[in-house]
Ligand binder design. Structure first.
Ligand code: NAP
Length: 309
């Protein structure tokens, strides 16, 4: 059987490594390929998945929104977010769209063991693609408060409007948008009072030549040899805002200890990088294609090796 990653570009992705390891470990006869697809070929590549030899695909930038129109059905969560990162071909050859970033994020937070989204004050930095999945997770899991700190308030407001107005209708989460700037007293008080702080911006990641992926599918990048790790200034909040009561989660996974996570650790906060989310979104896709439990520990080990050697 065939399965693969549809995007442009895709060559730096870690998905083949972790997915192929999972197929092999469970002795499933499937091979995971990279299907680099320019925009004008997207319809053709998706149509190929209707063939009986295909399980489906992952989808990454820049096609996660555009792909919806080629699918027969879109899961409510993916429809709410407006982005599909996983396609499943069902027994009748129909193509179903899902977004596993939300589940990836929720499962990664559970890994912390001491944090629950439900009833928690959540602060989110950023309002791009990854932020949409975090907002959906916070609303669907009934965070008590969700504050989006963004430098473009209008984008953050429209993100909230899209998601709260959707089938995931806000079940009591208080939401607001505050500017992320210098200085921002509102951002400071929101961060100081939160239980879960999530960075969904690329700030703190190793620089590289590609746009970051919003599905975790993208840059399984290694830094270019001439590039130094992010400097200590690459952090959007003041270290003194962070405290022991918090889980600080950075969706960036390269480097594994970002400047934000380092500051949080120094302040006694619990920390979580983006690797668990990357692995769990892949595990959720694997489970949708195969109906089998994904070998998560193996996938994590493979992802870590691919990223950090
Ligand atoms: P995106 O769609 O481009 O959104 C990036 C967001 O960050 C935008 O809101 C952007 O604001 C904001 N931003 C960028 N630079 C900023 C700065 N200097 N100060 C303040 N805000 C800034 O990117 P994305 O796809 O959401 O990805 C964001 C990060 O999450 C990437 O590092 C990506 O690798 C990571 N990610 C990880 C996973 C995982 O599985 N672990 C999954 C998805 C994404 P503007 O709109 O104003 O530019």
């Amino acid at each position: 059987m065939h399965v693969g990653l549809i995007g442009y570009p895709v060559r730096h992705s870690v998905s083949p490594v972790l997915q192929q390891a999972a197929f092999d470990a469970l002795e499933i006869d499937a091979s995971y390929a990279l299907w680099e697809t320019p925009a004008d070929q997207l319809g053709g590549t998706v149509a190929m998945l209707r063939g009986p030899d295909y399980l489906g695909a992952n989808v990454t930038i820049p096609h996660k929104q555009a792909v919806l129109k080629y699918l027969d059905e879109v899961d409510p969560m993916a429809a709410a977010i407006g982005a599909v990162n996983t396609i499943v071909r069902d027994g009748a050859g129909r193509l179903l769209g899902f977004n596993t970033d939300v589940e990836g994020f929720v499962r990664s937070i559970r890994e912390d063991g001491a944090s629950e989204i439900e009833g928690s004050r959540v602060v989110l930095l950023g309002s791009g693609g990854a932020a949409r999945a975090v907002v959906a997770a916070a609303l669907a899991n009934r965070a008590s408060d969700l504050t989006i700190c963004a430098r473009r308030a209008e984008q953050a407001k429209s993100l909230l409007a899209d998601l709260t107005g959707h089938v995931l209708a806000n079940a009591g989460t208080r939401t607001r948008v505050v500017p992320l700037g210098d200085p921002s007293a509102e951002a400071e008080s929101a961060v100081r009072e939160c239980k879960i702080l999530v960075n969904a911006t690329p700030v703190g990641m190793l620089r590289h030549g590609l746009h970051p992926s919003s599905s975790g599918e993208g840059p399984g990048v290694r830094p270019f040899p001439d590039e130094a790790p992010a400097g200590p200034d690459r952090i959007l909040v003041q270290p003194e805002w962070l405290s022991v009561q918090m889980l600080v989660c950075d969706l960036v996974y390269n480097p594994p200890l970002t400047p934000l996570l380092e500051a949080a650790r120094d302040r006694g906060a619990r920390i979580l990088n983006g690797l668990p989310m990357l692995v769990y979104q892949g595990a959720a896709a694997f489970e949708l294609w195969t109906g089998r439990a994904a070998p998560v520990d193996l996938m994590r080990r493979k992802a870590r090796e691919a990223l950090h050697g």
